[in-house]
Design a protein around this ligand. Structure first.
Ligand SMILES: Cc1cc2nc3c(=O)[nH]c(=O)nc-3n(C[C@H](O)[C@H](O)[C@H](O)COP(=O)(O)OP(=O)(O)OC[C@H]3O[C@@H](n4cnc5c(N)ncnc54)[C@H](O)[C@@H]3O)c2cc1C
Length: 285
């Protein structure tokens, strides 16, 4: 992962069948054909019957830059044991950024990244990153050599220093983690880890669950009551005027939710517009 990270499957309890087995306690014996198992898993995931997905558990060993780990550790429903830089010397590795990997600040999302910066700028930034990491590593070893406690010597290590951790999590909570961290709104670095865990580890271990997860969580679309109202008004006016999809921006604004109408900027309206464009109901601008 990245330049020096990894994700390693240590242990796994359960499989698709374990979820079906747990669910059948509540749903009764029923039929037991493979196709029924698939139908049952898809039903459970679609309708958020979550506890059967807690019957399977995965233990990973991961190596992650500390800034990425700071996001990861916010997922409280996992069991964690992390490498201690009070007890041991810090891992002698920090994530480095190659010249083509520097991203600009997004102009539309305050948390997001935009386009890649020009390679020439990137070369300068990669060089100064290397210098900074070298200075930090030198300070750290000088402090250790001078007898400073490891707990204090680490204070100026860069945020992209790698850390190792065991991470044990129930499948249900892992899917929640993946749905948030594989999403395009998550930071690129943690997205790389989440996508790898999903596609390389969970997909082969739980193929039916994975298929349902991709269908209902990753590839699905959530429509709020307000979104549904916009679609209903759009189609109703189209019936009257005979206009077909894709509808115009003007028609969209006429059909928007009344609570959005007075707002010059409205994120919810923008998100609704994006959904309708994706569905082909609205013309792309
Ligand atoms: C794109 C993105 C941007 C983010 N930006 C920020 C940010 O700017 N600042 C920031 O601080 N965080 C930020 N976060 C972190 C986010 O707010 C969550 O803390 C993180 O994603 C963990 O989600 P979670 O609590 O649902 O997961 P988990 O901790 O795994 O919890 C899973 C579920 O269990 C339940 N649960 C767990 N613990 C409790 C509890 N103590 N009380 C009640 N219910 C509980 C909740 O239903 C929760 O959804 C961001 C996350 C993402 C994905």
């Amino acid at each position: 992962m990245l330049d020096d990270g990894f994700v390693c499957l240590v242990d796994c309890m359960g499989d698709d069948a374990a979820i079906v087995q747990a669910a059948r306690v509540s749903y009764g014996a029923g039929t037991k054909k493979v196709s029924d198992d698939r139908t049952l898993i898809r039903y459970l995931l679609r309708h958020r019957h979550t506890t059967p997905f807690e019957m399977a558990e995965i233990k990973l060993l991961v190596r992650v830059p500390m800034d990425c780990w700071r996001q990861w550790i916010r997922h409280r429903t996992a069991n964690v044991n992390e490498y201690s830089t009070r007890y041991s010397v810090a891992i002698d590795s920090a994530q480095s950024t190659s010249p083509g990997e520097w991203r600009s600040q997004s102009s539309v999302n305050r948390q997001g990244s935009g386009e890649f910066l020009p390679e020439e700028t990137g070369r300068r930034l990669s060089e100064s990153e290397r210098e900074c990491q070298q200075v930090a590593a030198r300070l750290y070893s000088e402090r250790l050599e001078a007898g400073v406690a490891r707990a204090q010597a680490r204070n100026d290590l860069t945020l992209c220093t790698y850390t190792d951790a065991y991470w044990t999590v129930a499948l249900h909570n892992l899917l929640h983690f993946l749905s948030l961290r594989m999403d395009e709104h998550a930071q690129w670095e943690i997205r790389q880890y989440a996508t790898t865990i999903g596609e390389k580890i969970i997909q082969p271990l739980f193929p039916v669950v994975w298929e349902a997860f991709v269908d209902y969580r990753c590839g699905g679309m959530f429509l709020s009551r307000l979104d549904v109202g916009v679609i209903e008004r759009l189609t109703a006016s189209a019936r009257e005027t005979g206009a077909g999809a894709p509808h115009s921006e003007e028609a969209f604004l006429a059909a928007q939710d009344p609570t959005w109408a007075d707002l010059t900027r409205c994120r919810e309206r923008d998100e609704c517009r994006e959904k309708l464009v994706r569905l082909g109901i609205l013309a792309a601008e």
